[in-house]
Design a protein around this ligand. Sequence first.
Ligand code: NAD
Length: 505
Amino acid sequence: MLKLIEGGGASQDRRSGERRLEFGDRWPYEPSPEAIDRAGLRDRWDAFIDGRFVPPAEGGYAADLCPATAEPFAAVAESTAADVDSAVAAARRAFEGAWGRLAPLERGKHLFRLARAVQERARELAVLETLDSGKPIQASRDFDLPLVASHLFHHAGWADKLEWAFHGRTPRPLGVAAQVMPWNFPLLMAAWKIAPALACGNTVVLKPAETTPLSALRLAEIASEVGFPPGVVNVVPGGPSVGAALVTHRGVDQVAFTGSTEVGKVIRRAVAGSGKRLLLELGGPSAHLVFADAPLDQAVEGVIAGAFFHQGQVCCAGARLLVEESVHDVFVAKLRDRMETLRVGDPLDKNTDLGPVGSAAQLARVRELVASAEAEGAARYSVARELPARGWYVAPTLFTGVALAHRIAREEIFGPVLAVLTFRTDTEAVRKANATSSGLAAGVWTSHPGRLLELARGLEAGVVWANSYHRFDPTSPFGGCKESGLGREGGRQGLAAYVRLEEDA
Ligand code: NAD
């Protein structure tokens, strides 16, 4: 149970009769943990190659830790280059065999079946994702899983209509796609990659992040259960060396990577000159721009969601807030008030808004950036909470008095930390928003439609949300500019990464 240190009131536990502290008695609640009995947990997870689970060639297993407890809850195969070889060979056989021979309409039916199976097993997958990644069950259940299913449905529909996506050209599959995933959206990013690759007729070898491999392995198993031929979807769990072996493998035709800008640059160099097609979805701090004429209460909700959703561990987290100087004080007061209502704790509890961050390393990085902001002179406000004793938790935090020169204004925090800067004019707002090397997303809050359109043109960001934030739809392409990526995922544009185009005869 969470207890508040400040602003708390007392209430009585209905079952034990024990008195406990809760926030101001305004939002008392009973814990409502999601059951884990149907999450399909197992003690040992092997690589998924050629339609079945296969022990790793060199026999190594790594402990998979639960972010909420920092304790191991499964052993996962540590793949090596030999396993990557087997997976790529299986993917090639499937591409040249059963999968390659399927008519596009039949490919689509396979994807529809997978989408429906994901919907049917959404609860199981959401619990698995929450246990493995630490994201609140609210998020995995209501955000990740519905989007996973909708991406699969959307691309299932494209499978037999690809000619319509590339007017006057004939799209052909590339072959074997190598797909390397981050830990913040393990299943969603897998769906974003697998769905278009398969719809376009390719086969895949996917490497999940070393800290969150389970949901991708389960997805591959489900694909096999709904009838995908062996070798179409392969998953090789492991660390960076497995990712490196996969993206540089000679049997791979396409590389799709989602992760940090740093590793994205390494991969871009590694595949340069190889002829492999490359798709990069990278990170970077994104900005909210809040103008004095904005609906401020609505903007507060958007900024809170943008900065704190999934503990701020979102590639396009709105971790920088640029607020017009005249409303700075009132807006920050509203933000602080709303932050006080955020519940931090067990991610399996359906009441929880913020769970733990993804790993001990991530916790250390967030703490280091928070310390740097304090040292550089920004004013810190953290919600006063007694955090759970185990696990990697950070209290929601806001910094005011941040300058562009501060590290917290330029670097990706990837934690529940919001940096507040001010501006006086539209030009200054755009200049400050663009003052990073990344350009993934931005949110503009104003009641003035003309200003919205003008700002959207000036902002160096792949996505600009208008009076909203974190809205995703499989029909809409997503991706960054500057150092935030190369190519798009989703929509008609997202298919381009997975086909070569022939001129019509
Ligand atoms: P990361 O770059 O550390 O790791 C991502 C993956 O790359 C992991 O599977 C890792 O094992 C693998 N890897 C590491 N070194 C490699 C190498 N040399 N060759 C091949 N593979 C290698 O990123 P992360 O910490 O897992 O994820 C967080 C990052 O992902 C953030 O920067 C975030 O912004 C970004 N992200 C971007 C998007 C997007 O759509 N743009 C979505 C989610 C996350």
